[in-house]
Write a protein that binds this ligand. Sequence first.
Ligand code: HMG
Length: 384
Amino acid sequence: MTTIGIHDLAVATASHVVELDDLAARADIDPAKFRIGLGQEQMSTPGLDEDIVTMGAAAAQRIIDRHGVDGIRTLFFATETGIDQSRAAGVHVHELLGLPRSVRVVELKQACYSATAALQAAAGLIARNPDERVLVIASDVARYELDTAAEPTQGAGAVAFLVSAEPALAVLETAAGVYTAEVDDFWRPNDSVTAVVDGKLSVSAYLDGVAGAWDDYRSRGGVDIDQIDWFCHHQPFTKMAVKAHRALGQHVGVELDPELVTATTGYNRRIGNSYTASLYIALAALLDGENDLTGSRIGLFSYGSGSVSEFFTLVVQPGYREATRGAETEAILAARTAVDVPTYRELHDATHRDSTVDVEIAAASPGPFHFAGLAGRARRYTRD
Ligand code: HMG
């Protein structure tokens, strides 16, 4: 039987980084609250010439460099930081990467969840035609109001992953559990560039999703908890994954080892929340880590506020290490430019753009892709 799953996975982020110790100092907060209470050390923040398109294209370029475009018929772009009410951000990526005209492009939205919907939809397309491959991009900028409790849980990042038959990294298993419940925990109205959030409610809604998705997973033939070797939970801040793991253990009545989660948090501690990308950045951290995962089953919990949750599993393939990108991701994180809090606050405000005013933006980030400004209300992009 043909297996289907993730063949390659690349991470990208924005080119600036803020130390959360600096943010804590400015707000006169004990830095341990962010480091230990939230499990966060840094957050990536975009420059004026960066957005979901430039980060997503940077991640996808590395996938294309390694595998070419043969067989790619679909590009799914998952985001909740949409740059347009109509056109998919992926169409800009399609152009920047020079993808064939015969690739369909669509954007998927449901808060942080939609990359998982993209993965499942991709698996369906490949089950119909195993010669096809699907490029999934998940890219977001997590932005809240300044001087709020949510501020230290901002961040910016993207992943691109290639879904194919006979994948080199991990096979997607069929059983999946879904839990959808309308809740006003977090959303971003059409006229707002920052999210509206009820923090405490969002944490409890997320934990309801853990239990609900798990129960549905089990009722649909999913394996028992002791058959799962590692757990990746969505990471709006990495302590949330620990809370999720504890809650899952309590729900099923077993004590789960937190080590099975801490192995997934290394990148997100330094990137911050990247919404749709966050779960898959956690997966990258686990795959790139020191543990030999060959043959292991990973349980993944995807949560998107509002809310949709899904629990599903991947099985890591023999030889997967040859397909990982740990050194590359470390280099990307290390190359970010540190900015102080006043500079970050200026960037936070300056990236809110009035789309009725034409503007040219100089390429300032290392690239290779840049947001170049607005002309006739249309967004312009360049590549180096
Ligand atoms: P807060 O007001 O900072 O919460 O808001 P807190 O006062 O309860 O403190 C947080 C933790 O720090 C607590 O630990 C404190 O004890 C601890 P906990 O009890 O939770 O284990 N703490 C300390 N630890 C060590 N030393 C100290 C210290 N002081 C306190 N000195 C909140 C936190 C997460 C609510 C806020 O940051 C927020 O609103 N963030 C945005 C919303 C969010 O991330 N929600 C997560 C679930 S929803 C989700 O994941 C979806 C999302 O990604 C969006 C989407 O789906 O699109 C957000």
